[in-house]
Write a protein that binds this ligand. Structure first.
Ligand SMILES: Nc1nc2c(c(=O)[nH]1)N[C@H]1C(S)=C(S)[C@@H](COP(=O)(O)O)O[C@H]1N2
Ligand SMILES: [Mo]
Length: 406
């Protein structure tokens, strides 16, 4: 009896969290009942998102930011994109949440409670750039199926947690380990409990990096439900699909992980360039690892008007997967000539970098400001679309804003 009321309290607690306030007469709510607000929810209220965020899909929820919303150096929840492949888990009981480390290449399968993870391992905080592999997909021609992200499927929040490496080493990693794969608590769209919406992973070398965390805090608070509460993997600089949300199990694999969305064409690009629209065999598709160099002008908003004779201060962020951004430039003549921006160092490895510049316009009229980042190995963003690929990944074309001088 005691236990039952305890479970009910936990269920009510997680519903209250999803709604954002207490369910006052929750104690008399029928068992298994879903409050109306959760049946037909307002995504902005439900997820605490700003009204200017754009809903691309509601089953599953996919919501993106606009460039000017990403102006903060540390992305707050209200401007953070949501990318879900399945249904957000409900009725989370954090007191019962566990993480299991298993797989062919674990020395000893081990299960940890959240409290154990927090107390047994040292905690670290890093700001990490998470960009969806499909960010920018909407520009590809012929079009690629999937969420038509424009530029807003990127974030750089501050994540706190324990190093995945410390936990994996505590369970023990066999010498034949090559990959890790995550398993999570979200629900397949079919609601079939035997199907996982997504189960991706990364090579063991990425799993063992200092900045790869099992996080339980985002920007100093509990991770918002939509972003993986109560435990998520964060692997900055790689397609954000590697950063599994609502993590319950991590397998240390003796081969490349083969969970859903790891195989076939998912999160893969042709190993060699192909012509637009060309069919590519599965064997000729390679897994995306570090993301390409990219940048975003976050101020001003595209469409800005300024007075003749006034200079325009522009600013934004640039990132380059596992590399650093070495140079940042802007052009006001459609890429014919480029001027340097100033660019800051990242606060830590795998965090985006901030740039700014003061722009002079020669006379009244219409301009576009294009921004181009170059990484530490000398690769720069393509001015317009990069290589077409069947699933529309890795569009790192220069971000462009319109400006009128009047
Ligand atoms: N369990 C789980 N983890 C997941 C996903 C998901 O659907 N389920 N989506 C992935 C993808 S494709 C992306 S781009 C990021 C998005 O993270 P965010 O919603 O916190 O911005 O989460 C990744 N982790
Ligand atoms: Mo993604």
């Amino acid at each position: 009896m005691k236990r039952r009321s305890f479970v009910k309290k936990a269920v009510l607690g997680s519903m209250a969290m999803a709604i954002g306030t207490d369910i006052v007469f929750g104690a008399t709510m029928p068992k298994g009942y879903r409050p109306l607000v959760l049946q037909d929810p307002d995504p902005y209220k439900l997820f605490g998102k700003d009204k200017e965020m754009v809903v691309l899909n509601d089953k599953p929820w996919n919501i993106e930011a606009k460039a000017h919303l990403l102006d903060d150096k540390i992305t707050p929840n209200k401007y953070m994109f949501i990318r879900n492949n399945g249904l957000i888990p409900e009725n989370i009981d954090v007191t019962k949440w566990t993480l299991t480390i298993d797989g062919e290449s674990v020395k000893q399968k081990k299960t940890y409670t959240l409290a154990e993870l927090k107390s047994n391992f040292k905690q670290y905080t890093y700001q990490l750039t998470l960009e969806c592999g499909g960010n920018g997909r909407s520009e590809f021609d012929p079009p690629a199926k999937g969420n038509q992200w424009t530029v807003g499927a990127v974030s750089c929040a501050k994540w706190t947690g324990v190093r995945l490496r410390d936990v994996l080493e505590d369970a023990g990693i066999k010498s034949d380990a090559v990959y890790i794969g995550y398993h999570a608590a979200d629900v397949h769209l079919s609601r079939d409990p035997n199907k996982e919406p997504i189960s991706r992973g990364a090579p063991i070398s990425k799993a063992l990096q200092d900045e790869t965390l099992l996080a339980f805090k985002m920007n100093g608070e509990d991770i918002p439900l939509a972003h993986g509460y109560p435990l998520r993997l964060v692997a900055g600089g790689w397609p954000a699909s590697v950063s599994g949300k609502w993590i319950t199990r991590i397998s240390i694999r003796d081969k490349v992980h083969d969970g859903p969305k790891m195989t076939g064409t998912a999160y893969r690009v042709p190993c060699n360039p192909v012509a637009p629209g060309e069919k590519v065999k599965d064997e000729e598709m390679c897994i995306i690892e570090s993301m390409p160099v990219k940048s975003l002008i976050t101020y001003p908003k595209s469409g800005a008007t300024i007075k003749k004779g006034k200079r325009l201060n522009i600013r934004g962020h640039a990132w380059a997967g596992e590399l650093e951004v070495a140079k940042m430039e802007y052009s006001i003549d459609f890429g014919a000539t480029w001027n340097e921006c100033s660019i800051e160092k990242p606060v830590n490895r795998l965090a985006w970098q901030h740039f700014s510049a003061t722009v002079d316009f020669p006379r009244k009229g219409y301009y576009e400001v294009w921004a181009r980042a170059t990484d530490s190995q000398g690769s720069s963003q393509p001015m317009l679309l990069p290589g077409w690929n069947p699933k529309g990944y890795l569009n790192n074309a220069c971000h462009r804003i319109a400006v009128k001088v009047v």
